[in-house]
Design a protein around this ligand. Structure first.
Ligand SMILES: NC(=O)c1ccc[n+]([C@@H]2O[C@H](COP(=O)([O-])OP(=O)(O)OC[C@H]3O[C@@H](n4cnc5c(N)ncnc54)[C@H](OP(=O)(O)O)[C@@H]3O)[C@@H](O)[C@H]2O)c1
Length: 245
């Protein structure tokens, strides 16, 4: 992939991994359409760098998605990279959680349904542009789950398998998957140890992106894959409690 001179749409650009990817892409002289719900943060991002184009959107809302696509088609039809990064994680016991249906719906919509819908809506535009790519952010928990977040793990396993199958189908548009380990963000605040920084993740991703390495195993994910291949039982044991002893 050419890593400069692109126009990149990034969901969840207002915090954590998405914010780091936004800043990394801009530092490499790309323009970024930054998508999220936090308007104050979006305004701050664009104030920091005019190459960041803010767009407020709740990706779980079909009306918001339509408005986003209309905005991109009318003003930024040269967008050639889509990064599906926005995500949420709820930790709870499935059998006893109150308001379970709403939680299931929100997690599935943000983590799985919206990325697929965005890909389908953006594909015609991507196909018209050179150096086109889709980048989906999954998780090590989509390979080996933890017990506290069954729906989250299910959505990430879905993104993992979907990305692979879509890669088989698409010829013009490259399909990348970032598989992060534990990263230091709001999502993991107060839990886990040995977290990597968002900047480290962005750096590792760009290195792989440049070389067309489609499945990007960040940090300890390569080791997790190896253990899972040699001894799935051991991998399950390590990950069952979220990698924490
Ligand atoms: N942190 C980790 O250890 C880790 C590990 C593996 C995978 N991941 C994955 O990496 C991605 C980013 O996670 P993170 O750790 O950076 O999380 P984070 O710091 O909590 O940031 C989440 C981002 O998603 C956006 N978002 C959430 N719901 C949204 C919605 N309905 N519509 C639009 N945007 C929404 C938030 O923006 P607004 O609040 O502005 O809407 C925010 O920018 C996620 O897909 C996550 O599953 C993270």
């Amino acid at each position: 992939m050419r890593i400069s001179g692109n126009k990149v749409l990034i969901t969840g650009a207002t915090a954590g991994i998405g914010e780091a990817l936004t800043k990394k892409f801009v530092s490499l002289d790309n323009k970024v359409i930054a998508v999220g719900r936090n308007e104050k943060k979006l305004a701050e991002l664009t104030q920091e760098d005019k190459r960041i184009i803010p767009f407020r959107c709740d990706i779980s809302q079909p009306n918001d998605l339509d408005k986003l696509i209309m905005f991109v088609e009318q003003n930024h039809s040269d967008t050639n990279i889509l990064v599906n990064n926005a995500g949420i994680q709820f930790n709870y016991d499935f059998a006893i959680e109150p308001q379970l249906l709403g939680k299931i719906e929100q997690e599935v919509k943000v983590n799985f349904l919206a990325p697929l819908q965005l890909i389908s809506l953006m594909l015609p535009m991507l196909k018209n542009n050179d150096n086109a790519a889709i980048v989906n952010v999954s998780s090590g928990l989509g390979l080996v789950p933890k017990k506290q977040a069954p729906v989250y793990c299910g959505t990430k396993a879905g993104i993992h398998i979907f990305s692979k199958a879509l890669r088989y189908q698409l010829k013009h548009t490259k399909v990348f998957e970032i598989i992060p380990p534990l990263v230091d963000t709001q999502m993991t605040a107060g839990r886990g140890k040995d977290k990597i920084s968002t900047e480290q993740l962005a750096e590792e991703f760009v290195g792989a992106f440049k070389k067309d390495k489609y499945e990007v195993s960040v940090g300890k994910i390569s080791l997790l894959k190896l253990i899972n291949r040699i001894s799935p039982t051991l991998a399950d044991k390590i990950m069952k409690n979220g990698g924490e002893r």
